[in-house]
Design a binder for this molecule. Structure first.
Ligand SMILES: NC(=O)c1ccc[n+]([C@@H]2O[C@H](COP(=O)([O-])OP(=O)(O)OC[C@H]3O[C@@H](n4cnc5c(N)ncnc54)[C@H](O)[C@@H]3O)[C@@H](O)[C@H]2O)c1
Ligand SMILES: [Zn+2]
Ligand SMILES: [Zn+2]
Length: 406
């Protein structure tokens, strides 16, 4: 088979284009961003997936804004849901025709970290460092899935097969969030220590923040407060029962005190990352340590910070020389004095995606509605990127093969 394969590629800062790429084979070929040690790597354990839903993420935006060292023509896309159309000779259980969610982390299932369910830091898939993902800079060079077709390595380990295809298609926009943001937001809430009765502050009302807020509600939080400087995104958070704080008015303490009677919360989540803006009069420019310092201020002593927001080791657009090396000015003394704990890094999607799938299928949660999931055709991807970048209160889902009728 050699079907046409249209794909969304990063071109230069601010520009993505839809281009033609090769139909995948069971080998990682040389191409933009492919680590030399991965070129020619055989993938008999892989499956070729025809995408049903492949979402645009804030993580893609860091590359598209020119804030990473992503090379031109890198094919984007790590949030993949689709139908298996071919399996390699070493695939035993996943079958052609299965509808699957693909965790954005590529994991071998064989290394020490995978065995401990730490699939965000698999040791065998990225020659540069632990951890890998599709269509991402410094992640080994696995081709992205914002395309008609994508190769999924170690398919038996990575693919989550939906139990009933027809039922899954009825909730496909919700299930499409299992490849990244729903587990990622949920992980943020879990690692912030959210449980029954917790008071929670989530910094950032983008899709990951809204997913963290949804996760906190699912975990039984008494109140979930979401902070951002984007009014439409704050309205989206209120649409499913969150309280909100408007950070153009200043740091969150005062507004949190108005809601809770005290200026602190039990649990803090950073769903912003290194492109954070300041608070109040600084909210129109970047101040990358703002969220981490603020969470240390407002999280009660003994609490925990879940930090799904992305921090990098190199940022060509950083505000100063230190930030360009990923070095931020943190008041760690505050965190130390309050015995706060921190969890950073890629979300190990596989730890959560099965349970969250069941919660979706059995109507316990409506993640697509909460993040305002919106399907668009693949040729419209550049518009989706531009609107998402301008702060639309939407999560764009690319309907590359017309399954979603967009
Ligand atoms: N750890 C992981 O596995 C993982 C997975 C997916 C995404 N991410 C990261 O999560 C972050 C959020 O992703 P997203 O898709 O929601 O991105 P996004 O860019 O759509 O949302 C970020 C939001 O943060 C807001 N913001 C900026 N400064 C702020 C501040 N000081 N306080 C509160 N809000 C502020 C912005 O206005 C924006 O609405 C990104 O850094 C992304 O790379 C991490
Ligand atoms: Zn993502
Ligand atoms: Zn591994």
């Amino acid at each position: 088979m050699a079907e046409k394969n249209r794909a969304v590629a990063y071109k230069s800062a601010g520009t993505v284009e839809v281009i033609d790429i090769d139909y995948p084979t069971f080998e990682l070929k040389d191409g933009p961003g492919v680590n030399p040690a991965n070129v020619g790597r055989k993938v008999p354990h892989g499956a070729i997936v025809k995408t049903v839903a492949t979402n645009i993420c804030g993580s893609d935006q860091h590359m598209v804004r020119g804030r990473t060292t992503a090379p031109p023509d890198l094919v984007l896309g790590h949030e993949i849901t689709g139908e298996v159309v071919e399996v390699g000779p070493d695939v035993e259980f996943v079958k052609v025709g299965d509808l699957v969610s693909v965790p954005f982390n590529i994991a071998c299932g064989r290394c020490k970290n995978c065995k401990e369910r730490k699939t965000g830091i698999c040791l065998n898939v990225n020659p540069d460092r632990p951890g890998s993902a599709y269509g991402y800079v410094d992640m080994g060079g696995w081709v992205g899935g914002q395309a008609n077709y994508v190769l999924v390595p170690y398919a038996d380990f990575n693919a989550l097969v939906f139990p009933d295809k027809d039922r899954a298609m009825e909730k496909i926009l919700d299930l499409a969030m299992l490849s990244d943001i729903f587990p990622t937001g949920f992980h943020g809430a879990v690692t912030a220590g959210v449980g029954v009765g917790s008071t929670v502050y989530v910094a950032g009302a983008g899709p990951v923040g809204l997913a963290a807020a949804t996760g906190a509600q699912l975990l039984g939080a008494a109140v979930v407060i979401v902070g951002d400087m984007n009014a439409d995104r704050l309205a989206q958070a209120r649409s499913f029962g969150c309280e909100t704080v408007d950070l153009t008015k200043g740091a969150p303490e005062d507004q949190i005190e108005q809601i809770l009677g005290v200026p602190e919360v039990d649990c803090g989540v950073d769903a912003v990352g290194f492109e954070a803006k300041g608070h109040g009069s600084d909210s129109d420019h970047e101040a990358p340590a703002t969220v981490l310092n603020s969470l240390m201020d407002i999280t009660a002593a003994g609490g925990a910070l879940g930090i799904p927001g992305l921090y990098v080791t190199g940022d060509p657009g950083g505000i100063d020389e230190a930030a360009q090396k990923g070095s931020l000015s943190l008041s760690l003394g505050t965190g130390w004095a309050k015995s706060l704990s921190f969890t950073t890094g890629q979300c190990p999607v596989m730890k959560y995606n099965y349970g969250l799938m069941q919660a979706i299928l059995h109507d316990r949660v409506h993640i697509a509605k909460n993040v305002n999931a919106t399907a668009i055709g693949i040729e419209d991807a550049p518009r989706g990127y531009a609107e998402f970048d301008s702060g639309a209160a939407q999560k764009f889902v690319i309907d590359a093969n017309g399954y979603l009728g967009s």
